[in-house]
Design a protein around this ligand. Structure first.
Ligand code: NDP
Length: 244
């Protein structure tokens, strides 16, 4: 379904990004996996098992020059950038009265500025191609807010505004831009939470279970494919009914 397409996934070394990279490879795309510090040899081996080409690009997407290099490397290697998934994200939780400048800035710079950085670089390539699929990872807390996550929720709400603006700006060139809002997905990011917090969260989920990385990857696969051609500027939750 994505044969011959080039997909760039930020933060693809583990968690949701890794599952997305594997899903898009299974659908036939050549994959460019970005990561910051982890080793990705195993991820690349898993991806290549689907018979597609894959490269890893280490860079910090909050740095605009690095992000630009990521997109240019993808284009130089495969000749197109058809799918861009902005998945890389971090948390630095804390109550607002004690939140340090650095904890606010680093979360905004990675989650929001990083997403802007890669979209800005990819947009000129996609505009020339007159096609492209951009999928940004936001979060349900970008819609609802969350105590202790002012920085993270603000960054994810920012991603929603960015998504809708890009969708409007690039629509005439055949480019779609949508956001995926996961609820509570089992990854390293949520693994750090206490059992008490997990239990309390479970009670707010109508489907009474945590999501898997594959649940999120399945939606991203759909949004990256031609099946979603008439969908743009949307925020779609993958949250077991947590927010409705
Ligand atoms: P993880 O913490 O498991 O993985 C984060 C990934 O992002 C890693 O690959 C990491 O690379 C990469 N990364 C972090 N900072 C940078 C950076 N500056 N430049 C490049 N790569 C970076 O996160 P999840 O898989 O849980 O989350 C993925 C996305 O989904 C995030 O945007 C998150 O906000 C969102 N989300 C997750 C939810 C959940 O329940 N897990 C819920 C809602 C949204 P490295 O391994 O090298 O550090």
């Amino acid at each position: 379904m994505l044969k011959g397409k080039t997909a760039v996934i930020t933060g693809g070394s583990r968690g949701i990004g890794k599952a997305i990279a594997i899903k898009l490879a299974e659908m036939g795309a050549n994959i460019v996996v970005n990561y910051r510090s982890s080793s990705i040899d195993e991820v690349l081996t898993e991806i290549k098992a689907f018979g597609v080409n894959a490269i890893g690009v280490q860079c910090d997407i909050s740095n605009s020059e690095d992000a630009d290099k990521l997109i240019k490397t993808a284009f130089a290697e495969f000749g197109s950038v058809d799918i861009l998934v902005n998945n890389a994200g971090i948390t630095k939780d804390g109550l607002i009265m004690r939140m340090k400048d650095q904890d606010f800035d680093s979360v905004i710079n990675t989650n929001l500025k990083g997403t802007f950085n890669t979209i800005r670089s990819a947009s000129s390539i996609m505009m020339k191609q007159r096609s492209g699929k951009i999928v940004n990872l936001t979060s349900v807390v970008g819609i609802t807010g969350n105590a202790g996550q002012a920085n993270y929720a603000a960054s994810k709400a920012g991603v929603i505004g960015l998504t809708k603006s890009v969708a409007r700006e690039l629509a005439s060139r055949g480019i779609t831009c949508n956001a995926v809002a996961p609820g509570f997905i089992e990854t390293d990011m949520t693994g750090a939470l206490s059992d008490k917090v997990k239990e309390a969260t479970l009670n707010t989920i109508p489907l009474k279970k945590l999501g898997t990385t594959e649940d999120v990857a399945n939606l991203v696969g759909f949004l990256a494919s031609d099946l979603s051609n008439y969908i743009t500027g949307q925020v779609i939750n993958v949250d077991g009914g947590m927010v409705m």
